[in-house]
Design a protein around this ligand. Structure first.
Ligand code: BG6
Length: 469
């Protein structure tokens, strides 16, 4: 829809940016931090230097001062479960609690609202060894961890995100190491783990409301509009299939406490429905989000797939467009440009996604990730001219403003990422930040911070509340 008069970004809009603990902090084995699955993981060659990431743990004051200089109103970061409870359950680690107290206090000193993700891919390795999300014990462990977070930080943290991109963890379960090797029905195992995570999330939301009546909490999946490749009705059905399995399954449960019927029938057909115990549905219904946080990088385009047709062998669309026979087939969208990492760029898809989510759930929305990964280079004058990033974010913000004009209640925009960090899939050279971190893949250099051109641009955007883009 065309609008002649755009609504402004709301007053008190949460302009900010995001990071996650294992990608930015470093100090992965310091001050009694326990190991997480990400520390044990498959980062490009398991070298210690790599895990130093951006060494934010030792530089948080300098980093927060830079965030304040950019004018951040909010900062979305994650707490490493293993810094707080090294084994996932049991003894607390006072040094971990101290670190996040310091970080939160530093943010508040500058008037920056802390928005805390409780769990961003980094399950404690000790829990993983005991079966991870396959066992219901992890539900209790997460609820207990949530209680510790609310007790220690709830006096200052008013915005909580439960689980980052649970849908991507499930859809990329192989890559995320979720599937036990001996599994005879990996899909069923995966969706059993999904069920347990959903229960853990519902319990945390309920607990938050009872312990912290003034705080707000919500899920943080990766949501994107799914386009049919053509107007062929079969393609539209394929898009609806993928929408249900990729997106709505997660939000229908978080918001309405019920399984999406299309996703459920997909699981039934594959003998992969999770075991649901007495009381589970009540637990799912008892956790109500106050808002929906979501990450958006690109839209997805799919076509009809016949049975017997090779449509790809794993689910997921963030970087590789794949599919599943008889369900959908991922295709590339000829109308879109791609980043140098091959991710499609679709700012209008961002508006579409905002509209879709709000129309379906009518809850306030906050964007907790959106951004462009690139091989930024420091030029001969010591500057990083990342005009491509400015252009990317500008185009997405223009569409966000159109969505606001459409009536979508959007209360914040926190792109990925506040500062350069280690990418989940592609190492340190894939940079997303407004602040450059002077290191290379396997050379830590001085880890110095350099303001990129986008830093100054974003500062102006924030100061003008989005009027000057
Ligand atoms: C999201 C994750 O999936 O995408 C982040 O929440 C991740 O942790 C981001 O870094 C970008 O992906 P990548 O692989 O480019 O780092």
């Amino acid at each position: 829809m065309f609008h002649k008069n755009l609504k402004p970004f709301p007053k008190n809009f949460f302009w900010g940016a995001s990071t996650s603990a294992y990608q930015v902090e470093g100090a992965w084995d310091e001050d009694r931090k326990g190991l997480s699955v990400m520390d044990m993981g498959k980062h490009p060659e398991d070298v210690t230097d790599f895990k130093v990431t951006s060494d934010h743990y030792h530089n948080y004051k300098e980093d927060v001062a830079l965030f304040a200089e950019m004018g951040f109103k909010a900062y979305r970061f994650s707490i490493a479960w293993t810094r707080i409870i090294p084994n996932g359950v049991g003894e607390l680690n006072p040094k971990g609690i101290e670190f996040y107290n310091n970080l939160i206090n530093e943010l508040i000193k500058y008037g920056i609202e802390p928005i805390v993700t409780m769990y961003h891919f980094d399950l404690p390795y000790e829990l993983h060894k005991k079966g991870g999300w396959s066992t219901r014990d992890s539900i209790d462990a997460f609820e207990n961890y949530a209680k510790v977070l609310f007790e220690n930080f709830g006096d200052r943290v008013k915005y909580w995100l439960t689980i980052n991109e649970q849908n991507m963890m499930i859809l990329h379960s192989n890559a995320m190491g979720l599937i036990p090797k001996e599994s005879s029905n990996p899909l069923k195992d995966t969706y059993q783990q999904n069920h347990h995570m959903l229960l853990a999330q519902a319990k945390a939301m309920k607990l938050c409301h009872s312990m912290l009546p003034n705080a707000k909490i919500g899920p943080a999946p990766n949501i994107t509009s799914v386009y049919p490749a053509t107007s062929k009705p079969e393609d539209v059905t394929a898009a609806s299939n993928w929408n249900a399995i990729r997106n709505w399954l997660y939000l229908d449960i978080a918001v309405y406490g019920r399984y999406n019927n299309i996703a459920w029938s997909y699981l039934e057909e594959r003998n992969a429905t999770p075991e649901i115990l007495d009381g589970d549905i009540e637990i799912l219904a008892s956790g109500n989000p106050d808002f929906i946080a979501f990450n958006y990088y690109a839209s997805a385009t799919v076509a009809h797939s016949e049975m017997g047709e090779k449509a790809g062998n794993s689910l997921g669309d963030q970087q590789v467009v794949v599919g599943e026979e008889g369900v959908y087939k991922g295709v590339s969208n000829p109308n879109l440009e791609k980043t140098e990492f091959g991710w499609e760029i679709d700012p209008i898809g961002f508006r579409n996604t905002l509209r879709d989510i709000y129309e379906k759930y009518a809850l306030p929305l906050i964007v907790t990730e959106n951004g462009l990964g690139a091989f930024d280079k420091v030029d001969e004058n010591g500057e990083i001219k990342d005009d491509y990033r400015i252009n990317f974010i500008k185009k997405h913000l223009e569409q966000a403003q159109l969505a606001i004009t459409d009536g979508v209640e959007l209360f914040g925009y926190c792109p990925w990422s506040a500062i350069d960090l280690v990418s989940t899939h592609q190492g340190c050279s894939k940079r997303y930040g407004f602040i450059f971190v002077n290191r290379e893949e396997f050379d830590l250099k001085d880890l110095g911070r350099i303001r990129k051109k986008s830093f100054f641009w974003y500062k102006d955007v924030i100061t003008s509340n989005g009027e000057k883009m």
